[in-house]
Design a protein around this ligand. Structure first.
Ligand code: HSE
Length: 297
């Protein structure tokens, strides 16, 4: 009557695919333990220092479960403990890990009565609470693994994309960027010439992933719409990007709404070298940081 799950960090956007592309990582991850209770309702316990709300209607995992419970005819109760390793406001899908983890774990307890698309819909209620808007580019890869394309959220249309082996280096400078703020600063209109360049990149990235064409993946990891606005919030961003490319990264950029930055590489040696240069950059800037060398989940 108890289920414990690891809920992976995710990199939303994958540079050019704002709100439509995302990938799941093997590290870091949160842990969720949930049990069915005879007492209807949701009780949440956090075992970390982040002071997240435990009232279900104010907690992303609670809201996702409440959404799920609307589709469950019988009265049901859950006791949930969340151990967070993915820091809120990191750009690594912290809220998605909690929301997705809660509904996936609860679904196991309920005999898997909901499918992945249902679970994505429930968990998006958590994202709405966290960022003000429903988006599935962290939720979908968190639930389905690998790289996902969200062709549409209304109606939900998710495509899981094959990808060649990829190593991912992530640096998380320890400053907090709230997704809601990072969305607020974006312009509401884009220039047609930028839109053309962006959809060329998205198509190129998807084709490169499907064909295992590393050079095409690298050329397509360019964002002319969101990154120029958001990167201003991230100290060291230009240095990380330039030095990583010089060290052999395929490319990379802001993870989700930041401040984490991710870089993709073909091999582990390059990924490790990139972690080293990221560390040097933040040492010199005097900003605390955490790095991860990981792979697609
Ligand atoms: N696509 C979203 C954004 C992801 O960039 O705002 C937030 O994690």
């Amino acid at each position: 009557n108890t289920v414990t799950l690891n809920c992976p960090a995710t990199v939303a956007n994958m540079v050019c695919g704002f709100d439509i592309l995302g990938m799941a990582l093997n590290d870091p991850f949160d842990k969720i333990t949930i049990s069915l209770s005879g007492e209807p309702g949701i009780r949440i316990n956090h075992t970390d220092e982040y002071h997240l709300p435990t009232e279900p209607s104010k907690n992303v995992a609670g809201v996702a479960l409440l959404e799920m419970m609307q589709s469950i005819p019988e009265p049901v109760g859950f006791d949930m403990t969340i151990t967070k390793n993915i820091k809120p406001g990191s750009g690594l899908g912290s809220s998605a890990a909690s929301a997705a983890g809660a509904v996936v774990a609860a679904n196991e307890l309920l005999g898997k009565r909901f499918n992945d698309a249902d679970l994505v819909r429930f968990a998006m209620a958590g994202e709405k609470l966290a960022s003000g808007v429903k988006h599935a580019d962290n939720i979908a890869p968190c639930i389905m693994g690998g790289i996902t394309l969200i062709r549409s959220i209304f109606p939900l249309d998710i495509v899981r994309l094959q990808a060649p082996p990829l190593f991912v280096t992530v640096v998380h400078p320890q400053i907090e960027v709230k997704t809601a703020d990072a969305r607020q600063i974006l312009r509401k209109e884009v220039l047609l010439k930028n839109a053309i360049r962006q959809w060329g990149n998205i198509a190129g990235l998807v084709a490169g992933l499907l064909q295992g064409d590393y050079d095409l993946i690298g050329r397509s990891l360019e964002d002319v719409i969101i990154e120029p606005v958001r990167s201003i919030l991230i100290p060291g961003f230009d240095q990380v990007k330039q030095q990583s490319r010089e060290a052999g990264a395929l490319g990379g950029g802001i993870s989700g709404s930041g401040p984490s930055i991710f870089m993709l590489s073909r091999d582990k040696a390059t990924a490790s070298q990139i972690a080293g240069l990221m560390e040097n950059i933040y040492e010199r800037l005097g900003i605390d940081y955490k790095t991860y060398i990981t792979t697609l989940r």
